[in-house]
Design a protein around this ligand. Structure first.
Ligand SMILES: [Zn+2]
Length: 323
């Protein structure tokens, strides 16, 4: 029910009923409506200056979380960096040292990315500094991992070469102990018993019966066969990695020039050809074109005691070759 309003009339000393037209009421409501909107806007402006809107509040929370995540990521990268540093030290001090590669210079390991600014796209944000720091750190680790992987690639090749070298390197006795009468005439200077002159004996002589098998002492390729002056019938094998072995005074040759041989393969038999005074094998090992003592290349089959025995026997200096 609509309220009925009265107004006191001092002239008549009575209450007159107030009547309001529809137009007046519309105007009044209109003013109130506009006023309420204006007040609302004022409230909103003041409130939003003092407090975040729910959306802003949510975004602020997300931003804080993001910043925290970046900080955690930065800490994790520090741990990765430490682990990588340990791997680099092991690589330089153990693997590369054992494989005779030498350490990688720090300047190469720590080299950064040059040229254009890679982080331009990260500039202009609230957390730009943090984002750029973390990205730089991550890039640095990636670069170091790349250098490390190159080092491992290099070492894998070295290991494979070492394996191949172990197969090819002269490492056994060229005549079986069963056939061996004794090893005579060691490597080195010796005095000729009849002529009384010093001469360097460039190999090791194995006294064995004519026809006893001679074995290739490492994998390789036969690069020379046939009769060669004082050596008589001989075989020269190239083992790669700077190693060659020479077998002389042979009775028969069982391999062709250019053929590949395996360690332990029979390449011919003991004989007495060339400047030889009795059946024996004259065996030489060459390293980078230089004669070396063959006794140091029997690692695969000599025990320390056998090494001493062979070494002593070879000092007897029984002369098997005419000079
Ligand atoms: Zn000899």
């Amino acid at each position: 029910m609509a309220k009925v309003k009265y107004r006191y009339n001092p002239e008549t000393l009575s209450y007159d009923r107030v009547t309001t037209t529809t137009g007046e009421r519309m105007t009044k409501w209109g003013i109130m409506f506009v006023a309420s909107i204006v007040i609302s806007v004022i409230y909103y402006v003041i409130y939003s200056h003092i407090y975040d809107t729910p959306k802003e509040h949510s975004l602020t929370g997300k931003l804080a979380t993001l910043k925290f995540n970046y900080q955690m990521l930065s800490q994790e990268l520090d741990h990765v960096d430490q682990a990588l540093s340990d791997i680099q030290k092991r690589d330089d001090n153990i693997y590369r040292t054992v494989l005779e590669s030498g350490p990688i210079p720090a300047s190469k390991r720590q080299a950064g990315f040059g040229g254009v600014n890679r982080y331009e796209s990260l500039e202009g944000y609230v957390n730009s500094d943090l984002m750029i720091d973390v990205t730089k750190h991550s890039d640095k680790i990636l670069k170091q991992l790349y250098i490390q992987s190159l080092s491992y690639d290099e070492l894998i090749v070295k290991v494979k070469n070492k394996e191949q070298m172990a197969i090819c390197r002269p490492a056994i006795q060229p005549v079986s102990n069963k056939e061996l009468k004794y090893a005579a005439s060691g490597y080195g200077w010796r005095m000729h018993p009849i002529w009384g002159v010093l001469k360097f004996h460039e190999g090791l002589d194995f006294a064995a019966p004519v026809g006893a098998d001679i074995y290739a002492t490492g994998d390789g390729k036969v690069i020379q066969t046939g009769y060669s002056g004082g050596y008589g019938k001989m075989v020269l094998i190239d083992h790669g990695f700077g190693y060659q072995t020479l077998y002389a005074h042979m009775n028969s040759i069982g391999v062709l020039e250019g053929s590949e041989v395996k360690r332990g393969q029979v390449i011919g038999t003991v004989g007495n050809t060339g400047d030889s005074t009795g059946p024996h094998l004259h065996y030489e090992v060459h390293k980078n074109g230089q004669h070396v003592n063959p006794i140091d290349y029997f690692h695969n089959e000599l025990s320390p005691e056998e090494y001493v025995r062979l070494s002593e026997q070879s000092q007897k200096n029984d002369i098997f070759e005419k000079w």
